[in-house]
Design a protein around this ligand. Structure first.
Ligand code: AMP
Length: 600
């Protein structure tokens, strides 16, 4: 009896590779969980054993000279690589990766894998495509087709199954970037234009972070990890990559590497925290560079932003929020992210392979959230402070399950409580969204400076939303669970919310229900006491007066200074007691004093 031979689709990536095939009526990437991604790394252990994938990647920190990474960058060149004293062509290293993938596939599919469709970047030259085909042959595969990665990605998103569509595929992987404008009609795909940079990717983001970490470490300890500390440097590289991934979901990432190097007998640790904002500033020029390619590709294709039907994301680095945000700003259309960007190229190759095998597959089914979720905060709207600013933390169409964290600041000094109001929707005005829950976190450390509060949202496949507020400095936290986050809201509920908006305009004293907390780090902030918008406005105005006054304290005459200090105290007391009359009185007196002093 002979076993049927399977056809698979393979994404042979610079950083990671995957294999997909038709299984039980659907196309999926083979392997379980994170095991379906094979790092494109090959190495030899000290005992000579061949290591492929995760094992090779893990030993890179210890034995960089025994490990090869990013071989795709050398495909098609005559350059050979030396590893553990042996020499290989790029095709041979790629063949080892392909062989590992097909071995895994045949184990899972329960039969031999002899034929494959392998993807390559649209900009790959004939020589590079030939080298890929040769790698397949070396791995014992008949390569039925070399498929362009953007075409594969668009297949996985189900684009092109009907009417003519113009699609942009923005693909930012580990080592390469390319953007393609593709016209799809039925099964015909035409790449209208493609631009990119095969030396730009998430690895470069890692390099910038590593540079930053090494520079800080050198400043603190006087040791340059970039010179003669190969294994310590490889550990920093790994830690930086992990931190970078965390920064896609969280506003801060802590890095700790114990005993990185020895200073005589003293072990030196690397201990640092990076904020997403600082990280985004580091990588912004590289992200801008990709957008120049986007503009070129659109101009070459003769396509204006408004003519794009869809923008699709591929490549792990597109999970970087700055990438998604700037791309959306530039092309004026939110990119689709309903297929895992790490897997969409492999899935597309898998769909093509299934069709070759006679199975009719249209698209992949994924579980995504139909709604966005976020919380309200005190922020700026058209130059005016507004306590119901809103920003989605989990965006609709994100694959599930998902966990995202954002950071906010308390809006007043010595604030000990923050009210978290959770909404479903996308409107920048929270009151135009649907409220789904609220809670108050109390007992925050009363400090004068803005206190950072993290809001973590975790949404699972069943629509259960866990929201946690965490004081960053102390870890103090409070959480709620919203069981029916997916529930469509009734018209009455939405109308009720609208009435609250109208009430705000008609009734200056406001309705306490309509008040939200927290200011976002990137512009807005969670407000503490859960007060009303009128109170928030008064408190913010008084706070601004206090700031102006503080800045002038040093140059004041003794008498004025004393009066100013007293008034600052009065503002503080009024804020703590939430005493509107006392706050008004202190603010008026402060304003008068300032008028007098600033006019002098
Ligand atoms: P690919 O070549 O498509 O496999 O993409 C790999 C690149 O994506 C590597 O540089 C990864 O560090 C990067 N990457 C993977 N996950 C994330 C994430 N959550 N945030 C940012 N970059 C990521």
């Amino acid at each position: 009896m002979t076993q049927t031979s399977h056809i698979v689709g393979i994404d042979l990536g610079t950083t990671n590779s995957e294999v997909a095939a038709y299984v039980d009526g659907e196309v999926r990437v083979l392997g379980r969980g994170s095991g379906c991604i094979l790092p494109s790394c090959v190495g030899f252990a000290p005992d000579g054993a061949l290591l492929v994938g995760e094992a090779a990647r893990n030993q890179h920190a210890l034995y960089p000279e025994r490990t090869v990474r990013s071989i795709k960058r050398k495909m098609g060149s005559d350059e050979k690589v030396s590893v553990a004293g042996k020499t290989f062509t790029p095709q041979e290293i790629s063949a080892i990766i392909l062989r590992e993938l097909t071995d895994r596939a045949s184990r899972e599919l329960g039969g031999p894998v002899k034929q494959a469709i392998i993807t390559v970047p649209a900009y790959f030259s004939d020589v590079q495509r030939e080298a890929t085909r040769e790698a397949g042959a070396l791995a014992g595969l008949e390569v039925l087709r070399i498929l362009n990665e953007p075409t594969a990605a668009s297949l996985s998103y189900g684009a092109g199954s009907g009417e003519r569509e113009t699609v942009m595929i923005y693909d930012l992987g580990g080592g390469t970037f390319d953007v393609s404008i593709v016209s799809l009609e039925g099964t015909v795909t035409e790449v209208l234009a493609s631009h990119g940079n095969n030396k730009l990717g998430g690895d470069d983001f890692d390099t910038l972070l590593v540079e930053h970490l090494c520079a800080e470490f050198e400043e603190e300890n006087g040791i340059d990890l970039r010179e003669g500390h190969d294994s310590a440097f490889a550990r920093v590289l790994r830690a930086a990559e992990e931190a970078k991934r965390r920064l896609s979901d969280e506003p801060y990432a802590a890095i700790r590497e114990e005993a990185l190097v020895m200073d005589g007998n003293v072990p030196l640790h690397l201990e640092m925290e990076i904020s997403r904002l600082d990280y985004e500033e580091m990588i912004r020029p590289l992200v801008e560079e990709t957008l120049e390619s986007v503009a070129k590709a659109m101009s070459d294709a003769g396509v204006r932003a408004g003519e794009l039907d869809t923008v699709l994301l591929a490549g792990g680095s597109t999970r970087t929020p700055l990438v998604m945000r700037t791309l959306e700003e530039r092309v004026g259309r939110a990119p689709r992210q309903d297929v895992d960007p790490d897997l969409c190229v492999a899935l597309g190759a898998g769909i093509m392979a299934s069709r070759q095998g006679g199975h009719d597959i249209d698209r992949i089914l994924v579980d995504i959230t139909p709604y966005s979720y976020g919380m309200s905060y005190l922020g700026d709207r058209g130059g005016v402070e507004y306590p119901h600013c809103y920003h989605a933390i989990i965006k609709r169409n994100t694959p599930l399950p998902v966990t995202r964290t954002d950071s906010y600041q308390t809006s007043g000094p010595y604030q000990e409580a923050v009210k978290i109001r959770v909404y479903q929707g996308d409107d920048p005005d929270a009151l135009r969204n649907v409220p789904v829950g609220q809670f108050k976190i109390e007992g925050l450390t009363p400090i004068y400076e803005p206190n950072v509060v993290l809001c973590k949202m975790a949404l699972d496949l069943d629509g259960i939303l866990h929201v946690t507020a965490i004081e960053k400095e102390t870890g103090l936290s409070k959480a709620i669970t919203i069981d029916n986050a997916f529930k469509a809201r009734t018209d009455e509920e939405i109308a009720g919310n609208r009435r609250r908006i109208e009430g705000l305009f008609g009734n200056a004293d406001g309705d306490d229900e309509a008040v939200d907390g927290a200011e976002q780090d990137t512009g807005g902030e969670p407000d503490a006491q859960g007060g009303d918008p009128v109170w928030d406005g008064k408190a913010a105005t008084a706070e601004a007066l206090v700031e102006r006054c503080r800045a002038l304290l040093e140059g004041m005459h003794d008498e004025d200074r004393e009066e100013a200090i007293d008034l600052i105290e009065e503002v503080k007391d009024a804020c703590e007691a939430r005493d509107v009359a006392a706050l008004d009185e202190a603010a008026v007196a402060l304003r008068e004093l300032l008028f007098f002093i600033e006019g002098k």
